[in-house]
Design a protein around this ligand. Sequence first.
Ligand SMILES: Cc1cc2nc3c(=O)[nH]c(=O)nc-3n(C[C@H](O)[C@H](O)[C@H](O)COP(=O)(O)OP(=O)(O)OC[C@H]3O[C@@H](n4cnc5c(N)ncnc54)[C@H](O)[C@@H]3O)c2cc1C
Length: 463
Amino acid sequence: MQPVHRPTAAPDRTDGRAVILGAGLAGLLAAAALAPRYDVTLIERDELPAEPDHRRGLPQGHHAHVLMSSGARIVDELLPGTTDAWIAAGAHRLGLPHGYVMLLPQGWLPRRPTGEYVISCSRALLDHVVRQRVLALPHVRLLDGTTAQGLIGDARRVTGVRTRETVLTCDLVVDATGRGSRLTHWLSELGVPEVTQQVVDSGLRYATRLFRAPAGDFPIVNIQADPARDRPGQTAALMPIEDGRWLVTLSGTRGGEPPAGEDEFVGFARAMRHPIVGDLIADAEPLGPVRVTNTTANRRRRYDRVRHWPDGLVALGDAVAAYNPVYGHGMSIAAKQALILRDRADQADRMDLGDRVDQAAITAAAAEGWGHAAGSDVRFPGVRGAVPSRADRLIWRYQHRLFRTALDRPGVAADLVRVFSLNAPPTRLFHPRTLLATARGPRTVPSAEPPFTDAERAVAALR
Ligand SMILES: Cc1cc2nc3c(=O)[nH]c(=O)nc-3n(C[C@H](O)[C@H](O)[C@H](O)COP(=O)(O)OP(=O)(O)OC[C@H]3O[C@@H](n4cnc5c(N)ncnc54)[C@H](O)[C@@H]3O)c2cc1C
């Protein structure tokens, strides 16, 4: 793996200087957001690969990562042309839900276009394309192979960052070091009182394997968990990715976890609510080992509750809140937070970004993902950190009928898709039109079989 070689000369502008910790997606998008106004230095612990490749600091990169249209549109706004570059590099842009064969708890979702979509490719490719574009921006430099070890300043103002080798002073520090962020510890070193953390843990495990895909266009196949069954939630997802591969991720919550063994992978997929994913890969050629992760709990740090947030500091992405990944929201929330950063920097030409109000706005954006993920996980047996309320149970009953109605009322399906792809707020599901359609309920019996087209059946040699 070749490291990226970057010029390490100091930035040459005299205006604000920002140091971003972590060059994952949140850090890269924060760099794109700040580059018009700040001289940006990205500090990344890994030596970053020059080609799309896995790296140690991004262990989740082996597993299925879809980018929702809500996030992709923001990436294009911050870095114009990125979606085209992803597709040119082999990513698929698949309609949501017409590029999907998706089993909801209530049945197969009909494949009608809604205008929404996902980007389907490896995480390595997704990041590589963004990284190339960010590092080509003027006023952005990268110090890779460099680990941030703490902040400098005091409880009122952060004035820089400590690495093993040096101290970097700046006007703004951005923590984008992901789920394992040490920021709460670093803040306590500066004298900031302890930050509250919330964890809701369904005990979810992911197991992922790559397969050679047959030639031809194919949808994402997604078997969702049925939380009403009072059993561990289990899911299977098959994603077409670049270079003619299928990336297959199986998951299970506590008590229903997928095995790590290669011999059991197909059998576990076949034992889902529908065996289609197992059937599709039964004779496919595996292209690597089964990779497993248990690092999936919902975890958020309540920076919005810190009364005296030091100036000159913001945190975003997984460093603020990380979610159960089956909902596919983390990267899109990080994109939304980067956009907030840009918009707040634009306000009145501010060069003093990074106060309590900025951080509260960024943390508030995380609440959307938290509501979807932690709010749903509370339904699974053995979940730790939350208990369902009576209001939750009422909402679940409504949700069940709404999902069932979505199977044959296109307007309700479109609302559902927009909310779960973070293109509309959850309140959209309580719009009078949606409430009325849901009260009327479904008119037909859903299809018992996955809605593949004839062409897709031919691609996968399905009968
Ligand atoms: C199994 C799994 C599957 C997922 N699937 C999806 C999905 O389908 N869709 C979706 O939107 N999201 C998904 N997510 C969430 C997604 O991975 C994260 O939301 C996203 O990576 C957040 O980006 P980030 O930049 O905040 O953190 P990260 O991507 O984790 O990046 C953090 C970076 O900081 C660096 N770093 C850490 N510590 C230091 C330090 N001290 N100094 C310097 N650098 C440091 C790391 O090396 C890394 O590069 C999934 C997550 C998991 C675990």
